[in-house]
Design a binder for this molecule. Structure first.
Ligand code: CO
Length: 213
């Protein structure tokens, strides 16, 4: 047990050596600040590391992760990350990346009780309700779950575009694209769902916010 965690600290020393071998000033440059182009909203699942699967380095991705990559409109953590990414860092792309085989989405599709987590899963169950007809036409359990994962990402992309943070940025002419992707833990490839949003035009009328005074 003890050895297991000490391995991480050993790995860290090796990593520092690797990073500074070719570029002795690497950490000096890093410490000056960040200007990532991307905000990544992904699942907490240990098998979907944002930087590794996108071939990006430290400094390139601003990251928020939670169970099942949710954009919950009263989650202060998500909202703060979003506001900082959009208003201060001025990221150009926000990527919501789900993954096939997501335990959170699978739990939300079941009727089992999970305790406290049920409050979180409730948000995912609402996505199921919206797309119930399409999902229940799929007889195969695995295929239904895969589609549910995709539809969950689509709804999180829509939920992002409902936020005042994003609608205000668009109104000011800020270039900001929202993308929906699904990572496949079976082969490592990312499936671009091509649900990119660059404005609020496609939202139901009730979600379109006027300029604030
Ligand atoms: Co997951």
């Amino acid at each position: 047990m003890e050895i297991s965690y000490k391995k991480l600290l050993e790995n860290n020393k090796t990593w520092v050596n690797d990073m500074t071998r070719d570029d002795p000033d690497y950490f000096k440059k890093m410490s000056k600040g960040q200007s990532p182009e991307y905000l990544w909203i992904g699942c907490s699942d240990s098998r979907v590391p944002a930087n590794e699967v996108t071939g990006t380095k430290p400094g390139e991705l601003f990251v928020h992760r939670n169970i099942a990559n949710m954009v919950v409109h009263n989650d202060l953590n998500l909202l703060s990350v979003l506001a900082y990414a959009v208003e201060v860092l001025k990221v150009k792309h926000i990527i919501v990346c789900g993954h096939y085989g997501c335990g959170g989405v699978e739990a939300a599709m079941s009727n089992r009780q999970y305790g406290l987590i049920d409050h979180w899963l409730r948000n995912i169950k609402e996505v199921y309700r919206i797309h119930q007809d399409e999902l229940e036409e799929i007889d195969d359990y695995t295929q239904r779950l895969r589609r549910f994962v995709e539809l969950n990402v689509v709804e999180q992309v829509r939920d992002l575009s409902k936020t005042p943070t994003i609608q205000n940025a668009w109104r000011k002419g800020q270039q900001l694209y929202i993308h929906g992707w699904v990572y496949d833990i079976h082969n490592g490839f990312i499936n671009d769902l091509e649900v990119s949003y660059t404005n609020a035009n496609d939202l139901p009328e009730v979600f379109k916010l006027e300029a604030s005074h």
